[in-house]
Structure formats: structure tokens, C-alpha cells
Design a protein around this ligand. Structure first.
Ligand code: FES
Ligand SMILES: [Fe+2]
Length: 429
């Protein structure tokens, strides 16, 4: 059954219906278009400045299909270098992380400094006068920029600035970054796992407030059996909202039923920490005033930054990014973000929260992955062509269990996936 002429999205605001064509989850051609029209055009998260605190510190990783090195040079500037030797292609950095003055390619030993400049070529006198070292520095993405410590790259020279691209998401990154006067830091260690599912299913799942109780029943049963009560019993329906932040970004914001590790004696932190968290809370009020302090300390956020960055500021702050290897397979990386001055004891509690719920072997992630893989297997029934994302569409104020946030993603996705074709058609006309 060939359905490639059907639209990706059906978006009927009048009727209150929103449908996504399931071929976007299984079609290799669609993935190829995503690579060119999304991942090569959008600002993509590459890492956090705190991961390379000292001159020479580096992290090598795959960012949206590109092997890259995030490095702080000997001039203290943070750069992103493309991890491919300008001689004949080998990756010049084969370690995941470290501190180095130079990167030496293992193939023929060309050597680059921490700024990416070529500083050593064995047998250089064999080259002609036209060969210039300065032409052979490691390449960089056309645009690299950061916002509040979050480093992004963009392969489109003509793309809007990162500041403009982030649009309404900046406010929410501020709420995360303001959790510590000294800045936030990525906690050592990284979760890397994969799922046999399309990457956009994880976008949806990351801010899907509808699935919590049925999918994670095991977790809630565990809490109940252990006699652990969530603050307020459950997510308050009064203080919660889903917001379209522009450019495909969206957020769920709600009173934190678990309590927050940054400023209150959440169930997970125990009574003995109460005084400490009260003092922290008081300092937040001093810095930001009562209203903003309340928002930073006592509300949770599931933030999606288009296309593939998720920041879940819930029990702990999780930074998660993922990239498709094939239509039905993605690789996921996640880190914990914490106040730079957090004590060892609090950090241990934070990590415990991070791993217990959102770790690859925690209470939530295996359940989520199983559901995403289940959807992907269900898509083998090509006769059922559409998924429904209509929930809450006719409500004036959609709740966090509605699907406004997903529609914000899909509308932007659809715009980017279809716009270039329209432009080309106009040119030809
Ligand atoms: S490929 Fe790196 S030195 Fe030859
Ligand atoms: Fe979940």
C-alpha cells in the first residue's frame, strides 16, 4: 500500500482533530528528509560548558550523526571540532573524555592543538608550497553558540541566532540555570541506551502527561506499598499548564508532587534535611522574590527543545538527547544536571532520584521504552494509517494530560519537512 502522497499531518482546528500519518515513523525516505531538513537546519544540543571546566578538557561524542569534540582550548574558549582528520578522514580523538594539549591522529600522526589548528605533519617537506597548515585545521560546524551553559551547534550558516531560535524556551532554561548562583553542572557519568523505536516517539513520551498512571503503575504501587506519599497527593490540576513556546518547543509546568531537591524537604530527602532546605528556600526568595522563587523551587517542568533535546526538571534535572540511527531505532544519551555547589550528600540523593526513576534500569525508563517499542511494532499494521494527537484541542486551557505540547512539535516538524518543497516549486514556476 503506497501512501507517500498523503500528508504527514491532518490538522483541523475547527473540528478539533489532529492526526499524524504513521509513515513518518517507519519510512526511510522520511528519515533522510529529517536529516537534511531538520537536523542539518536546526540548532542541536552538543553539550554543557560544565563538562569541560579546564583548559584542554574535552568530550567526544556523536551529535545528530556527526562525531564531534567539545573542547576548552588553551585560550579557555570552548569550541566544537568535527572529529575527522583533514588528511584522510580518521577520527583524531578516540577517547570519550579527557584532558589533552593536542589530538594526534592515529593513522599518519598529524597533530592538532586544543584549538583545532594543525601543528604537526610528519615529513612535511614532501608537500608542495601550495600545502598550507592553516588550511588544514579541524573543521567546525558553521555556527556554535551557547545559552546559560547549554552549547548548541547548527549546520545551517543562514539559520537564525540561537537566542532567537530558543524563543519561549529561554524562560524555562533560565528557571533551570537559576537554580544555583555559581551555575549548574553536569554530574559525572552518562546514561547511554537505545530503543527499537522511532525518535519522535520519545519526543512525544518525554512530555506526555497522559501516560503516567497506566504506564508507570508499578512505580505508584511501589510508592504506596512503601508508605511514601507524594506532596499534595498527586499533580494539582490548578497549577499546571502546557505551553507552546514557539519554533516547535513546548513545556509542561506543574506543581511538583514529589517535592524538589533544590529547595524543599521532599519525601526523598527525609526530615533530617528539612532545616537545610528551608535555608536554601529562603535564599531563593532573597534572590528572586517570592513568586519566582516559588516557581523555581516548587514547580516541575518537562521541556522539549525542538527537535531532540529534553530537559526534565522534576525530581532531579535530566538532560536527554536522542538521534535516529534508522526509522525504527534510536540512540539516547542522558545526563544529570545539578547545582555547582551541591554537597556530596545532596548530590548522592539527587543521583539516586535520577537513577531510580529515569535511569535505564529505573522505574520509569524501561516502562517507557517498552511502550515506544510496542507502538513501533504496532505500526507494522500499515492499514491503520493515522495516530491521534487531538487530546484537549478544543479546550481553552489544555491541561498537562492533553496533547498541545505534541501538536506544537508536530506543526513545526511538518512546516520544516514540507516548506523546502514549496520553495523549490515556487522557484521552478
Ligand atoms: S588520516 Fe589522520 S593523519 Fe592521515
Ligand atoms: Fe514515562
Amino acid at each position: 500500500m503506497e501512501k507517500s502522497n498523503e500528508p504527514y499531518i491532518l490538522d483541523d482546528e475547527t473540528a478539533g482533530l489532529f492526526r499524524v500519518n504513521r509513515r513518518v515513523f517507519i519510512d526511510p525516505e522520511c528519515l533522510e528528509h529529517e536529516r537534511r531538513r531538520l537536523f542539518d537546519k536546526c540548532w542541536i544540543y552538543a553539550g554543557h560548558e560544565s563538562e569541560v571546566p579546564h583548559a584542554g578538557d574535552y568530550r567526544s561524542r556523536n551529535v545528530a550523526g556527526h562525531p564531534m569534540i567539545l573542547v576548552r582550548g588553551d585560550d579557555n574558549a570552548i569550541r566544537v571540532l568535527l572529529n575527522t582528520c583533514t588528511h584522510r578522514g580518521a577520527m583524531v580523538c578516540r577517547q570519550k573524555a579527557g584532558n589533552a594539549k593536542t589530538f594526534q591522529c592515529a593513522y599518519h600522526a598529524w597533530t592538532y592543538n586544543s584549538r583545532g589548528q594543525l601543528v604537526g605533519v610528519p615529513g612535511e617537506d614532501s608537500y608542495s608550497d601550495a600545502f598550507k597548515r592553516e588550511d588544514m585545521a579541524l573543521a567546525t560546524p558553521p555556527q556554535v553558540d551557547s545559552y546559560r551553559g547549554f552549547v548548541f551547534v547548527c549546520f545551517d550558516r543562514a539559520a537564525q541566532s540561537l537566542y532567537d531560535y530558543l524563543a519561549g524556551a529561554r524562560e524555562y532554561l533560565d528557571l533551570v540555570a537559576d537554580q544555583c548562583q555559581l551555575g549548574m553542572k553536569i554530574v559525572a557519568g552518562q546514561q547511554s541506551y537505545s530503543a527499537r523505536a522511532n525518535w519522535k516517539l520519545l519526543v512525544e513520551n518525554s512530555y506526555d502527561g497522559y501516560h503516567g498512571l497506566p504506564t508507570h503503575q508499578r512505580y505508584f504501587t511501589f510508592l504506596a506499598d512503601a508508605g511514601i506519599q507524594m506532596k499534595g497527593g498527586n499533580i494539582s490540576t490548578q497549577h499546571q499548564r502546557a505551553v507552546d513556546l514557539g519554533n516547535g518547543h513546548a513545556v509542561l509546568e506543574y506543581d511538583s508532587p514529589w517535592g524538589r531537591p533544590i529547595a524543599q524537604w521532599a519525601v526523598n530527602f527525609g526530615e533530617h534535611r528539612k532545616a537545610h532546605f528551608e535555608e536554601l528556600r529562603r535564599r531563593f526568595e532573597e534572590r528572586f522574590g517570592a513568586e519566582r522563587a516559588q516557581r523555581i523551587c516548587e514547580t516541575s517542568r518537562n521541556l522539549g527543545i525542538f527537535p531532540n533535546l529534553v530537559i526534565n526538571d522534576i525530581m532531579a534535572v535530566t538532560v536527554r538527547t536522542f538521534y535516529p540511527v534508522s526509522p525504527d531505532y534510536m540512540e539516547v544519551n542522558a545526563w544529570a544536571l545539578a547545582p555547582a555547589d551541591e554537597s556530596a550528600e545532596d548530590s548522592a540523593l539527587r543521583l539516586d532520584n535520577f537513577l531510580t526513576f529515569l535511569g535505564p534500569g529505573g522505574f520509569a525508563t524501561p516502562d517507557d521504552v517498552e511502550m515506544l517499542e510496542s507502538c513501533q511494532r504496532g505500526f507494522a499494521n500499515r492499514e491503520v494509517a493515522w495516530s491521534d494527537i487531538s487530546r484537549g484541542m478544543k479546550r481553552e486551557h489544555p491541561s498537562i494530560t492533553d496533547e498541545l505540547q505534541m501538536r506544537a512539535f508536530w506543526r513545526r516538524w511538518n512546516q520544516l519537512m514540507t516548506e523546502p518543497q514549496i520553495r523549490r516549486a515556487r522557484k521552478a514556476a
